[in-house]
Design a protein around this ligand. Structure first.
Ligand code: SF4
Length: 62
């Protein structure tokens, strides 16, 4: 399972980073990025974070 963030949609609210710091990080442009090498499957919070994104910027794929 892999997460991707659409930075064009992300408004930098920080919810995903707070909910799932093992998978998402905020970069200098104040957009969320998936941490390189992180595995959404082992981060139980990943899907929950995606569901909590106010602009549906996070996509989860198998
Ligand atoms: S929850 Fe959505 S809008 Fe907020 S920082 Fe994460 S990806 Fe961006």
């Amino acid at each position: 399972m892999q997460a991707t963030v659409n930075q064009d949609l992300c408004i930098g609210c920080g919810i995903c980073v707070n909910m799932c710091p093992g998978c998402f990080e905020m970069k200098d442009d104040m957009k969320s990025y998936v941490i390189e090498g992180s595995d959404c499957s082992t981060e139980g919070c990943c899907e929950q974070a995606a569901g909590s994104c106010p602009v549906q910027a996070i996509e989860i794929s198998e």
